[in-house]
Each structure stands twice: as structure tokens, then as C-alpha cells.
Design a protein around this ligand. Structure first.
Ligand SMILES: [Zn+2]
Length: 338
């Protein structure tokens, strides 16, 4: 029933979206945040957080709708014009993809190329081309694979506590539904710094689980270079290892993650790297200061639109994923309510 009601609200609000956009003060920039692009039958969909993926068909639908209402631009070009006070399109939109997933090459690239639209992909310089899975993915696989209690008995106490915190009791039925796995990942982000949670999760991920769908997760440099040809798709930095740039991270580590990642990507691609993306959206003041010295733009995960006067180092974005944007009305109302 709630689903039906949601659909009805979307159907009623969607036609208003273009009218509202035109009525609001201009110019404006909408930056969309994508992560993975996975077809319906892709095995990784079973282990991925709902907020992390769209299907290739949904991405194509988005581009088609966006082209009707927006000028699709390169993020850094829009920002340069805004800083130089040059004329900006009334309604501009920029597409961004975080992490550099291999599926971006396999499934997003064909859509972007066919529609000839610009996009920016944020890479983890040290993890390009690796089988590395992020700890949230490992944890999601680990929890999603649990089908019996013998398996669950091997989990350490900290994980039992995290699950209790999000409402999964020790006797709860298995497998654990994805919304609870999602909540457990969120809880871990609050409780543990990156280095610690990465180690904790690795310690319980058995060899068997590591093998599940764990063929190379991230694009390699060859794929990145092929996407970069022609200049429509550009690459920015998302740090070296996806370290969240929180106040507890020492300055030397911030410097390393922010500045060295740029040099490493530039060496590989032989183009200058001007845009940055804060992992998980976390940005302590020291990190923002460093980003200002090394880049021209940076994107956050803070939801909203940008104006000509918005700080180009704290650009807002709107996350779009399959469960909230797979139909035209769902997509339009998502953007309207951002
Ligand atoms: Zn990321």
C-alpha cells in the first residue's frame, strides 16, 4: 500500500518538476552521484547496498530525460565559468561516478558514449585494477551469505553488537534482509575509523566468501585510458584508498591521500586532474584546505543543487539509484525533492 501511495505521489509531482526548475532563480547546477551500473542479472546485485547501483537501462533513461531539461556539462568547466563569472546555462547537470568500478567501463561507458554526454569518474589511485572490495561490500557479502546459525556463531562479538544495535537479534531469522545489512554498514561507519573496520571485516571474511563474485572489482588503467579518449569522460581523485577524511586522520595522511593520489592519476593518464571527491562525503576543515591547494572542484554527498556562488570545493550532489529512480516519474520527483 505504501508503495502504491509513493507511486501516486511521484506520478502527481513529476510533471511539476520542470515547471518548478524554470521558476527557481538561475543559473543552477545539478550534480548527480552514481556508483555502480549493474544489469538486473549481475551476481553482484545480490550483495550490493540498494543505494549503490542503477541498471544500464535506468542510466540511459536518466540521460534521455536530463537532455530534455538540462545542458549536460563537465563539472569542472561549469565551475571554472562560475569562478570567472562567465555566462552559465540556466539549468546545467553534471554526471559523476564514484570509486571507479569495473562495471562503469562495462555498462556505463556504452550508454554515455552512445548518448555522447560528459561525465566525471572519481578514482582511487592505489586500487585501480585490483580485486579489492570495499569493506562495506565484504561485510554485505558476509552477512548476506549467512544462511544458518553455525555460520553466525563464528562472528566476533563486535559484529553481534553492531547487529543488535540495528535491530537484528542473535535469534533473528536468516538470511538477514538487505535493509538491516545497510543499517549495519552505517552503524560501523559511525563506530570505527576506516583502517580499523577494514581489518575487522577482513579478519572474518573467509577464503570461501572472498571468492564470491570477487573477480576484479575496479577498472584498470587500460579501461580508464580508453574511456578518457576523446575527452568526454574525465577522471578525478577519490583519494588513494578511500580513506574517510575525518578530523581524526593525521595531517600527513590527509596530504598523502589528497595530493599524492592526484599525481599518481596524472602520471598514468598524462592529463591534469582538477576534480576531487570526498570519500563517504566526509571532509574535515584541514582536508578541505588541502583540496583547495590541489584541485579546482570537489564534490560532497550533501544533497542539493548548486548556484553560481556555491563554494566549488563543497559542491552538493543528488544520489540516484535504482530503487528511487527507475521510472521517469520516480526520477523526476527525486530531483524535484532534492
Ligand atoms: Zn566512494
Amino acid at each position: 500500500m505504501r508503495k502504491e501511495l509513493k507511486k501516486l505521489v511521484q506520478a502527481l509531482t513529476a510533471p511539476l518538476a520542470p515547471l518548478v526548475w524554470r521558476a527557481r532563480p538561475a543559473p543552477r547546477l545539478l550534480v548527480l552521484m552514481y556508483h555502480r551500473v549493474l544489469p538486473e542479472r549481475h551476481p553482484d546485485r545480490a550483495y550490493e547496498q540498494p543505494g549503490m547501483y542503477v541498471s544500464p537501462e535506468t542510466l540511459a533513461l536518466h540521460v534521455e530525460i536530463l537532455k530534455r531539461h538540462f545542458e549536460i556539462v563537465h563539472l569542472d568547466e561549469w565551475a571554472r565559468k562560475a569562478v570567472d563569472r562567465e555566462r552559465l546555462p540556466r539549468l546545467a547537470c553534471a554526471l559523476t561516478f564514484d570509486d571507479g568500478w569495473r562495471d562503469n567501463f562495462d555498462y556505463a561507458f556504452p550508454v554515455l558514449r552512445a548518448q555522447s554526454v560528459p561525465a566525471t569518474i572519481y578514482l582511487l589511485s592505489d586500487l585501480v585494477g585490483t580485486r579489492y572490495s570495499f569493506w562495506p561490500n565484504k561485510l554485505a557479502r558476509l552477512l548476506g551469505d549467512a544462511r544458518n546459525n553455525t555460520y553466525r556463531a563464528r562472528w566476533p562479538q563486535w559484529l553481534g553488537q553492531v547487529l543488535t544495535d540495528v535491530g537484528v537479534s542473535a535469534g533473528a531469522r536468516l538470511p538477514i534482509p538487505m535493509q538491516y545489512i545497510d543499517a549495519a554498514i552505517g552503524r560501523c561507519k559511525v563506530l570505527y575509523p576506516d583502517a580499523e573496520i577494514t581489518e575487522l571485516v577482513s579478519a572474518i571474511a573467509t577464503a570461501g566468501q572472498e571468492a564470491v563474485g570477487d573477480d576484479r572489482d575496479l577498472m584498470n588503467w587500460d579501461e580508464i585510458r580508453r574511456m578518457a579518449e576523446g575527452g568526454k569522460i574525465r577522471f578525478g581523485s577519490h583519494t588513494r584508498r578511500h580513506t574517510r577524511l575525518e578530523a581524526r586522520v593525521p595531517l600527513s595522511a590527509l596530504q598523502d591521500e589528497i595530493c599524492v593520489s592526484r599525481t599518481l592519476i596524472e602520471q598514468q593518464l598524462q592529463v591534469s586532474v582538477t576534480s576531487f571527491c570526498y570519500p563517504n562525503g566526509d571532509h574535515c576543515p584541514a582536508a578541505v584546505d588541502l583540496v583547495r591547494t590541489a584541485y579546482a572542484t570537489a564534490v560532497t554527498t550533501q544533497r542539493g543543487w548548486n548556484r553560481a556562488g556555491t563554494d566549488t570545493y563543497l559542491l552538493k550532489r543528488v544520489g540516484v539509484h535504482e530503487d528511487v529512480s527507475s521510472s521517469p516519474s520516480a526520477f523526476l520527483s527525486r530531483l524535484l525533492l532534492a
